[in-house]
Design a protein around this ligand. Structure first.
Ligand SMILES: [Zn+2]
Length: 243
């Protein structure tokens, strides 16, 4: 461990950084996974579809109830008409005044019955429409529900895959960390990783720029990078610099 030279330490830190960068990227992917698969949006759609189906069902139940009620009223009305007709043709009522009163009653009851039958037909049509709406909204619920299940499965698969990969990379990284001979260097690395947006170790670009903050180094610094081996710090962003 202690025979590691400055150049090797730089390479080691860079390898650790590369693994941490990949891990951070995967963790960000995991955070965005639910949104990527539109889980929230699909759940909202599913809620709305279920609401529409419940509304359609309620509407159908209401119309069906009204129609049954009307059917009942029509039954009562036809037995009333039948009774009046029986009375009229029974021969027991002889008084013409009374007979014409019965006739007028029958006429008015028939008129009412016709109106109610028209209403009944309208309600039956509305029931057909209501049933179609229940079916349509029911299909919508099934479709959205299937889509939501599919999306959730994909999300679960993606999550397991990515978490597994994170575990592998963390294992590799932790192994490399054990090779770092200096605990202070490791502590510095950790601290910078936390405070510098996940980039603790930067390479010196083109021999003169910080790969982290991109500042151009002074001539003297560039000379140092060229002639010294090992690990440096950027004077601007304080990141660990390696060649
Ligand atoms: Zn810098």
């Amino acid at each position: 461990m202690s025979d590691i030279d400055a150049g090797e330490l730089g390479e080691l830190l860079l390898s650790i950084q590369k693994l941490d960068t990949e891990i951070l990227g995967l963790k960000r992917d995991i955070e965005g996974l639910a949104e990527k698969h539109n889980l929230g949006g699909l759940l909202e759609q599913l809620g709305k579809a279920k609401e529409a189906r419940a509304e359609a069902q309620e509407n159908l139940d209401d119309i069906t109830h009204d129609q049954h009620k009307l059917d009942g009223e029509l039954d009562i009305l036809s037995s009333k008409i039948k009774k009046e007709e029986e009375k009229m043709f029974s021969g027991t009522v002889m008084n013409p005044k009374e007979l014409s009163a019965i006739q007028a009653e029958i006429f008015s009851l028939r008129k009412k019955s016709d109106e109610m039958e028209t209403g009944d037909l309208e309600l039956m049509e509305a029931i057909d429409g209501g049933r179609a709406e229940v079916e349509k909204t029911g299909r919508m619920v099934e479709e959205v529900s299937a889509e939501e299940r599919r999306a959730r499965d994909e999300y679960d698969r993606g999550l397991v895959e990515k978490e597994h990969r994170v575990g592998e990379l963390e294992g590799e990284r932790d192994k490399l960390k054990q090779e770092v001979p200096d605990e202070d260097v490791l502590a510095l690395y950790e601290e910078l990783l936390e405070s510098k947006g996940g980039l603790a170790v930067a390479v010196i670009d083109h021999g003169r720029n910080c790969g982290g903050c991109h500042i151009e180094f002074s001539r003297t610094q560039i000379d140092r990078f060229q002639h010294d081996e090992g690990v440096f710090r950027c004077e601007n962003c304080r990141r660990i610099l390696v060649k």
